[in-house]
Design a protein around this ligand. Structure first.
Ligand code: HEC
Ligand code: HEC
Length: 213
């Protein structure tokens, strides 16, 4: 008796799920997991009807990645790069110069085209091609989500990039992607690059409104 009832319940659930997932094109874009590796996907925000509120919530979620140390260490507002989850000053000290470091102490003197594990101890030296500091104008370490949002919408500070360019950059840029393969001894940013790209796209589609604050 119990077994039959369980089977019926399972069948009913399958039917319900099938009915719920039929939906329009829009529904299909929002199918799939609500969360990936600690980062909510656009689907998790789909039931916020007000565009402003949905855009603000989507941006807050994007900020969890963009303000994460894996990104922010390369996006300081002043001074040189920082290191680690506590974002301490780069050791050895290096200066920005044109983003590549000082002559004789350029980033690529130490940072190669991929991460290299330390031979003698835990950890690694990060790498990507090219490994270079973000321009000071594009620095946002220590910013609030609202400040970061305003900055990304200010063409004076984005090098003329549009919001559509931002979708592309967050979704495919190789230095952005490094944050999920940061090498031994480093925690990766939450989510994955595809989810960051999807959140950025959904934020722009909702009008690109910023969170308050
Ligand atoms: C003398 C060698 C050397 C030079 C030059 C150098 N780095 Fe580094 N960098 C390192 C080492 C080693 C680490 C790893 C430290 C660790 O994890 O303990 C590191 C780590 C970093 C990190 C930390 C990543 C993270 O999220 O923890 C960033 C960002 C960084 N470097 C950027 C730069 C930039 C940008 C330049 C050029 C302006 C530069 N580095 C020049 C040796 C160097
Ligand atoms: C190794 C250093 C480095 C790391 C790590 C890094 N970036 Fe960047 N970022 C740069 C550089 C350099 C530029 C400027 C590139 C250009 O103008 O083409 C940049 C530019 C950007 C821009 C364009 C800014 C604007 O105002 O249009 C965005 C967005 C961005 N990065 C996002 C991220 C995110 C998100 C992460 C982490 C998931 C990240 N970056 C990690 C170096 C880095």
């Amino acid at each position: 008796m119990t077994t039959i009832r369980l089977r019926l319940t399972a069948a009913a659930i399958t039917l319900l799920l099938a009915a719920g997932c039929g939906g329009s094109k829009e529904d299909k874009a929002l199918k799939g997991p609500l969360e990936v590796n600690g980062l909510s996907t656009p689907a998790a925000f789909a039931d916020i009807e007000d565009d402003r509120a949905r855009a603000a919530a989507l941006f807050e979620e994007m900020s969890k990645v963009m303000l994460h140390p894996r990104c922010a260490n390369c996006h300081p507002k002043t001074g040189g790069p920082t290191q680690g989850d506590d974002m301490h000053p780069h050791n050895p000290p290096v200066i920005r110069a044109d983003g590549m470091g000082a002559p004789g102490m350029t980033c690529n003197a130490c940072h190669g085209t991929h991460n290299v594990a330390f031979a003698s101890m835990e950890g690694s030296i990060p790498g990507a091609s090219p490994w270079i500091l973000a321009p000071a104008l594009m620095g946002w370490a220590g910013a609030t989500p609202a400040e970061l949002c305003a900055q990304l919408k200010d063409p004076q500070r984005t090098g003329g990039r549009s919001l559509e360019d931002l979708v592309e950059h967050n979704g495919v840029d190789h230095l952005v992607g490094w944050a999920w393969e940061p090498g031994e001894g480093r925690t990766s940013a939450p989510g994955d690059q595809a989810t960051l790209g999807a959140l950025t796209e959904a934020w722009v589609a909702a009008g690109g409104h910023c969170p308050a604050g």
